[in-house]
Design a protein around this ligand. Structure first.
Ligand code: FES
Ligand SMILES: [Fe+2]
Length: 442
């Protein structure tokens, strides 16, 4: 590799060395520097509501078991037997106080302790160090308004510092109503022959592709009625709150304009929940900004209205396993939950009308990054360079709705994480407001 990892991304010009999407050495380093250190999403507390409930998840390529212990505390461990490495839990979810390895029968409590070793006295002569052979725990685990996060890095900054001002925007999903959100049962899972960064990049700020890649959805009438003005540079912002996170949001001048921006089948509910949202979040976050898409560095993405939260699990430089959950307000009426579920499935399910458009783009862009000639030419995310600003009522740096400000922030942060060995790059802190909210338990 003839360039340092930091040199592979030029955030000033918006040019990116295309090898970051294909090179096996880059990928190996990502597993350590990105997925071995960052806070990663495991799921939602509602998925394991009872004592001894568990679910399985991934952190990078590493499988984990997430358990709620007796007493309510949530823990997560590497789903790997300490004997020969077999996976001790094969189910997606369930209720169990212990996990027995199907290879030779070592049995681990859901708190990670090695509870039973077959033949401990007879064949190990009682000499196996049982206490130090428990399941490997994650470095840190924390929750933010129901979402469960963990990092392998004991020295990673606290979750709220890691999220920074992105937490302020996440509240638009997580805190709009009393009770927050819930994940509807089940997970969409599918594999895409693309580098994991392409979907993360797409969701963080690519409003540019919508009118072209998804044109068929608009002209076919699938969306019900046209809700977008023609052209570019209109109606909203890309917002870069720092630390590699980003979101795109439209801007409304009145509550009714905000409601009208929503999908037709959501408008009645959006109008009904507006007073509660305004009381909880204030007018800016209740209706002036209307977020559409986001990525939380490195691999968590959200589509607000459809109600989908994604994790892009890396499976090699050219393969991504996508997990998608459908989320709704916990207290939404049952008919509304059904509408959200159907909408999410039709539009963003594994064969959804929009999903398939996006997948093709990511696969082709990944393939180009492998070509000997093609990868000599950098990828270009220069849209809006030098035209970034701030906006009085919003946090973070702002670009036009069609702008690549968020991609530049994402890849610049990626480069910093890749280059910074043994220390964390300086995070842009959320400031007093985040600290205050943490102190208030919000
Ligand atoms: S690999 Fe698990 S008991 Fe042997
Ligand atoms: Fe798309």
């Amino acid at each position: 590799m003839d360039a340092s990892f930091r040199d592979m991304v030029d955030g000033r010009t918006g040019l990116i060395d295309r090898r970051i999407f294909a090179d096996p050495l880059v990928y190996e380093r990502e597993l350590a520097q990105i997925f071995g250190r960052c806070w990663l999403l495991l799921g939602h507390e509602c998925q394991i509501p009872n004592e001894n409930d568990y679910m399985t998840a991934y952190m990078g390529e590493d499988p984990v078991i997430v358990s709620r212990l007796a007493g309510g505390r949530i823990v997560a461990h590497l789903n790997m037997c300490r004997h020969r490495g077999n996976r001790v839990c094969r189910a997606d979810s369930g209720n169990a106080r212990s996990f027995t390895c199907p290879f030779h029968g070592w049995t681990f409590g859901n708190d990670g302790r090695l509870d039973h070793v077959p033949g401990l006295d007879e064949v190990y002569y009682g000499e196996l160090d049982v206490a130090s052979n428990g399941l490997v725990p994650v470095g840190q685990l924390d929750t933010y308004k129901g979402l469960i996060w963990a990092t392998w890095d004991r020295d990673a900054p606290p979750l709220l510092d890691y999220l920074g001002d992105m937490a302020w925007y996440l509240d638009l999903v997580l805190d709009r109503r009393e009770g927050g959100i819930e994940f509807l049962p089940g997970v969409h899972k599918w594999q895409v022959h693309c580098n994991w960064k392409f979907p993360a990049d797409n969701f963080i700020g690519d409003s540019y592709h919508g009118p072209v890649s998804h044109k068929s959805a608009w002209v076919s009438g699938f969306e019900g009625q046209p809700r977008r003005k023609p052209g570019y540079g209109y109606e909203g912002f890309q917002i870069s709150p720092g630390n590699g996170h980003g979101l795109g949001a439209r801007w409304a001048e009145s509550p009714e304009e905000y409601v009208a921006m929503g999908l037709p089948e959501f408008q009645e509910y959006d109008r009904a929940r507006l007073p509660e949202a305004e009381q909880r979040l204030g007018p800016v976050r209740a209706w002036k900004i209307s977020p559409m898409h986001a990525t939380i560095f490195p691999n968590v993405s959200i589509l607000w209205q459809g109600g989908t939260i994604r994790v892009w699990h890396p499976r090699g430089p050219g393969l991504t396993q996508a997990w998608g959950w459908c989320f709704v307000d916990r207290d939404a009426p049952a008919p509304m939950k059904k509408i959200v579920r159907l909408h999410e499935t039709h539009r963003h399910g594994t064969s959804g009308t929009w999903e398939t458009d996006d997948i093709d783009n990511w696969v082709m862009s990944t393939q180009a990054s492998r070509g000997h000639v093609a990868r000599a030419y950098p990828a270009n995310i220069s849209m809006g360079v030098g035209h970034e600003s701030s906006f009085p009522e919003l946090r973070g740096r702002i670009g036009k709705f069609q702008s690549e400000i968020n991609q530049r922030a994402f890849y610049s942060h990626w480069a910093e994480m890749m280059a910074s060995e043994g220390r964390w790059p300086a995070l842009e802190r959320g400031g007093e407001s985040v600290a205050e909210r943490a102190a208030g338990g919000r």
